[in-house]
Design a protein around this ligand. Structure first.
Ligand SMILES: Nc1ncnc2c1ncn2[C@@H]1O[C@H](COP(=O)(O)OP(=O)(O)OP(=O)(O)O)[C@@H](O)[C@H]1O
Length: 330
C-alpha cells in the first residue's frame, strides 16, 4: 500500500441551519462537524465509528461535496473540493463515489440492473453504446452476479444482490475512492460477510480507497487499515486498527470498545449509556471544552474549559484528550 494521502481534510466544519418549533419559528444551528483533520491514504480502508449522530455520514458527505462545507478544506489532486460548485465538481465526481445503506432507495425501480450500471459509463463517456453490453457484463461478473441479471429490475433481486448492483454502478465510474456509508448494515449477517469480502476483493483488484462508516465494531476490526473515533462532531482518536483496538487512549474509545456489540442498535446504545453516564448531548448546544467531558469518567477542570489539542500520542496514534496530554493514564 502506498503511504501517499489520497485526500487531505483540513479543519473541516459543517453546520446545519435548521428551524425548530411547531411552526419553524426558531432558528438554530446543528454543530455536526467541528474542525476535523484527516488524511486518507491511498489504498487504505479508514473506518469511522461513534454513536449515532456523531457526524460520520456528514464527514463522508462533506468530503464528497454533497454537503457544502461551512469552512475548511478537502484537498484532492491539488484542488480544494470544498470550494467547487457542482459544475466544477463534475470531473472529480467520477473518482469519488458513495455506496449507501439501502440499495433499494439508491436504485431507480424502473431501470434494469444493466441500465443502472451502464448509465454512469455513458454519462462520463467511459465507453460507447456498442461497448456497453460487454462492459456491464464484466462489472456484473466483478461483483459476483450472473450476466443475465442485467435484465432484472431491483424488485426482482434480493437485498444482497441489489447491493452488488449498487457497487457495480459505483465501480462503473472507475473510482479511486468510495465512501461506504453503512453499506452492509441493512443486510442479513450472512450476506454482510459476503459483501465485505467482495469490497475487500475489489479494493485489491482496483486499488480502491475506502472511507467505511459503520456501527459494527467487529466488522470494523476485520476490514480497517485505520480507525477514527468520532464524538459529537469531532475526532476523539485515530490510529491503526491494531493500535486502536489493543491500546485505546481516549476514555470515549475505551467505553465504546467495552460496550458489548449488539445486533440491536438500541440495545447497544443503552449499554454504551450505562458505561458513559447518560445520553450524548445535543449537537444544537454541544458542551464547551472537550465535548465528551460531561460523560467522561475521568474529566478534570480543564476539560470543560479548553478544547484538547489533536496530538500525536505515539507515531501514527492521534488523540484529543487532556488526560493523555498531561500524562495522566486515561
Ligand atoms: N441535512 C441535515 N440537516 C440538519 N441536520 C442534519 C442533517 N444531516 C445530519 N444532520 C445532523 O447532524 C448530526 C450528525 O449527523 P450524521 O448523520 O452525520 O451522524 P452519524 O454519526 O452518521 O449518525 P448515524 O450513525 O445515526 O447515521 C446529527 O445531529 C444530525 O441530526
Amino acid at each position: 500500500m502506498s503511504i501517499q494521502p489520497l485526500l487531505k481534510i483540513e479543519n473541516l466544519v459543517k453546520h446545519f441551519h435548521v428551524r425548530l418549533g411547531a411552526f419553524g419559528e426558531r432558528a438554530a444551528t446543528v454543530y455536526a462537524l467541528d474542525n476535523v483533520n484527516l488524511e486518507i491514504m491511498e489504498g487504505e480502508t479508514l473506518s469511522l465509528v461513534g454513536e449515532s449522530g456523531c457526524g460520520k455520514s456528514t464527514t463522508g458527505f462533506t468530503i464528497l461535496n454533497l454537503y457544502k462545507a461551512t469552512s475548511g478544506r478537502v484537498i484532492y489532486k491539488g484542488q480544494d473540493l470544498a470550494t467547487l460548485g457542482e459544475k466544477q465538481m463534475r470531473p472529480f465526481r467520477r473518482d469519488l463515489q458513495i455506496v449507501f445503506q439501502d440499495p433499494y432507495s439508491t436504485l431507480n425501480p424502473r431501470m434494469t440492473a444493466g441500465e443502472a450500471i451502464g448509465e454512469p459509463m455513458l454519462f462520463h463517456k467511459l465507453c460507447t453504446k456498442a461497448e456497453l453490453k460487454d462492459k456491464v457484463a464484466t462489472l456484473l461478473t466483478d461483483v459476483g452476479l450472473p450476466t443475465r441479471f442485467a435484465q432484472r429490475y431491483p424488485h426482482e433481486l434480493s437485498g444482497g444482490q441489489r447491493q452488488r448492483v449498487v457497487i457495480a454502478r459505483a465501480l462503473a465510474c472507475q473510482p479511486k475512492f468510495i465512501v461506504c456509508d453503512e453499506a452492509i448494515s441493512a443486510l442479513d449477517v450472512s450476506i454482510q460477510a459476503q459483501i465485505i469480502n467482495l469490497l475487500l476483493d475489489l479494493q485489491e483488484k482496483y486499488g480502491l480507497t475506502y472511507l467505511f462508516i459503520a456501527h459494527d465494531l467487529a466488522v470494523v476490526r476485520h476490514i480497517s487499515t485505520r480507525v477514527g473515533v468520532m464524538y459529537l462532531g469531532r475526532l476523539a482518536e485515530l490510529a491503526s486498527r491494531e493500535e486502536l483496538f489493543d491500546n485505546p487512549l481516549h476514555p470515549y474509545t475505551r467505553a465504546l470498545l467495552s460496550a458489548v456489540p449488539e445486533t440491536d442498535p438500541a440495545l447497544e446504545r443503552s449499554r454504551t449509556r450505562q458505561i458513559l453516564q447518560g445520553d450524548v448531548p445535543s449537537p444544537l448546544n454541544p458542551p464547551s471544552g472537550c465535548r465528551f467531558h460531561t460523560r467522561c469518567p475521568i474529566a478534570m477542570d480543564v476539560c470543560g474549559k479548553t478544547v484538547p489539542d489533536w496530538k500525536e500520542a505515539k507515531p501514527g496514534h492521534l488523540v484529543a484528550c487532556h488526560a493523555v496530554n498531561t500524562g495522566v493514564d486515561a
